[in-house]
Design a protein around this ligand. Sequence first.
Ligand SMILES: [Zn+2]
Length: 397
Amino acid sequence: MANTNNTPQNDLVVDHKTPKETRYYPSELKNDLKDSGLAPRVIEETLACAWEYTRCIIPEFTNWGRYLAFVRATVICIVVEFDETLVDMSVEDRLVLGYDVDAVLDTLFGGTRANGPSNDAMSRELRCFYLMTGDKASSRRDISQLFSRYVSALASSPRAWFRLRDTDALFTEPQLELLVEVGETLYDAVAFHKHRAEGEVCNTFADAGGSGPDKEVRSRAFARCREVLWAMDAKMARSPAHRHALNFLRSFGGPVHIMMRRYRFVEDGMIVGRSETEDVVSKARQHDKLWNRVDAKKGDTARDGSGTDVDNKEPDLHYERVMEQGNRLLFSGFVDVLEKATHDRCETCVYRSSYGAEFMEEFGGVKLCLKCRQQWKTYLEGLGDRAVAAFPEITSQ
Ligand SMILES: [Zn+2]
């Protein structure tokens, strides 16, 4: 049932007037986004947000230029989440928000192991993230084959889900999958109501369940990940490489929501962790705090898995253009994932021709049937075994 209570549901005094509205970031960034078309207030908010993210999840650095490049890459992430018209990755040789994206990514990944002469894997990952996030924010998503296939692929299996959301090169593939799973499960558990307010298609608990009768799925998954994280930390904190990854996960998994201006956690009555209200959803539509609400297209009819909603669409030039540039825009193997996204789908799960939330308290993606949802729950419960398999050292004395 929709929550129509517009007042925060706790006894904290909610003070929307912060003592100071000054945004802080290094002077090197002061001219960034000047020609982006964004309003000055939004520019300030975006730059401060990117800086705060960076300082929270990567508190130490050895290369200031690379560090600033990370901030700028994050600026693009933040903008594309709420205004994709400014970031179209499918158009080649274009400045994005005034940034030379190739130069930013070269500075960020240049000289790292992920950036071999013929394989700029990390740049592809990031471009892919911009591309898919832009499609999610776009009004084009109603007709976008790319987005429909992406949403279908997200729901295909828990393992594919975690793979589709991140990557790196420091660890082995099973270790990486485990770290990504821990980080995203922690983050999504905290951001559950924020993401639901946004009609988000990307939240682990949109598929595994996290409210109502499934409420405990979320709290148990968070506790499991927290335990694995601390187990790894006790064993690996002395190794600088591992320590950086663990620091990243620890902040990403919770503290960012409390510390960053983006979430206004305490001022807004701890709303990130509490059930969203009509007021929060309305503000997300207006990009308050740079959030973004993905509403379903009105009148869109839900379809089951037997429908050929994507395949029946008219030729989609955007999709074709992206596929043609797969080597630049999509991470290795993603073309195949998208092409097969509509194959072998469950006939009971609800797939749609366009995605987004129709009502309060629902996510925007595929609605899994009870049987498929149970597969996700079972997968999450197996985290401990996967952790020991990927990092056997966490069990040794
Ligand atoms: Zn199903």
